[in-house]
Design a protein. Structure first.
Lengths: 220, 220
């Protein structure tokens, strides 16, 4: 049975930004600060390191009741029995990923256009990571930002939940939620923060503020 | 049911060495020259490219009756229903790889020491890739060559078939077979060859010559 996932504050790992701290240490801080999803994303790591890091992360995410999702590597997700997989447009096609992980694991898909979003929904995605919203420092190969307008267009086009990604900080996170995104995904905002626990706490507060503003707007 | 595999001439892909030819073109030439196994090994390729290249390779290896084995990426192997997986010491641990691919797919493991070889055999390897035998140009991070003596020590220590790898050419392949290796694995010798078909044919002849010399020595 697939768990219902709280996508509010979705924290993605980066061992380079974590250094000299370990990835596990930063994730532990993020969990204390209220992260609701952890994604293991290490594009450059050898498979064995990813497997070992994934196993170490599960030992902290499972007790916290927070799902661990593996970026790109369906094999690593299966090997460690992670809670799900997230695939981008250069990764395993979503339909194949769904076939490999089965119906009960979480499948997330990156989309930057309405077409990609609708295809991912059709192919079995449980949620979408949509961006680059504001312009990201961590994916130098990304195209120009889609902005809040691009995000809103995709949210309105699909039935599955959308997480905004790309340059999101505690200061601009509320506006993402006001576009009816269910959450914010971040790398740098937590992994490059001197105090990742506090940074996550501020993101969570910003998500709450965004929700209250959005529901206020709807009530008026 | 796992097929019986002829490991005699085991050709590993390298799209950089293939250029300006395509990987599929070089593999087709190798198959005409008598390659008995093809391994898809593209450490730098995005997952989607590996999946697409793997599917394209299956369209030429299947009609030739030659197994296609995927290096490192169990997910890609599962996605394209390849014939097996080959894992190195930095890749998925062999026992986990075996669990993911099931009992009927081919599992190969790289080993450079007797300890690694015995562990791989215990963990479900069907064959070993052992080297670096002569010193390889394509894996700059490899340690010093283990030589023909190192190869022989491993062949004698295990019960599963061993393929030699590392700097093997048509001119030195016979000596590898004389150490009781069942085959030779090559990247450059075929992928960097101006005529990959002819290079493969010469490797195959060298393997045959090595077998005849080895059986002659045993008869004397």
């Amino acid at each position: 049975m697939k768990p219902k996932v709280d996508l509010s504050v979705y924290v993605i790992t980066d061992r380079k930004l974590a250094a000299p701290r370990s990835v596990v240490e930063v994730v532990q801080a993020a969990l204390r600060g209220g992260a609701t999803v952890i994604q293991l994303r290490e594009k450059e790591a050898p498979t064995r390191e990813m497997v070992e890091l994934g196993m170490a992360l599960l030992r902290v995410t499972r007790p916290a009741g927070v799902p661990l999702i593996v970026n790109d590597r369906v094999d690593v997700a299966l090997a460690i029995d992670a809670d799900g997989v997230h695939v981008g447009q250069d990764d395993m096609p979503a339909a194949l990923a769904r076939k490999l992980i089965g119906p009960d694991k979480i499948l997330g898909v990156s989309a930057e256009t309405v077409e990609q979003a609708l295809l991912a929904q059709r192919d079995g995605a449980d949620y979408l990571g949509v961006g680059d919203v504001y312009g990201t420092p961590t994916k130098p190969d990304a195209g120009p930002p889609i902005g809040l307008e691009g995000l809103r267009r995709i949210v309105e086009a699909v039935d599955i939940p959308v997480v905004g990604i790309g340059g999101i900080t505690p200061d601009n996170a509320a506006a993402v939620i006001e576009q009816s995104a269910v959450g914010v995904a971040v790398i740098s905002a937590v992994f490059a923060a001197p105090d990742p626990e506090e940074a996550t706490r501020r993101l969570r507060a910003a998500v709450e503020a965004g929700r209250q503003r959005a529901s206020g707007e709807r009530t008026l």
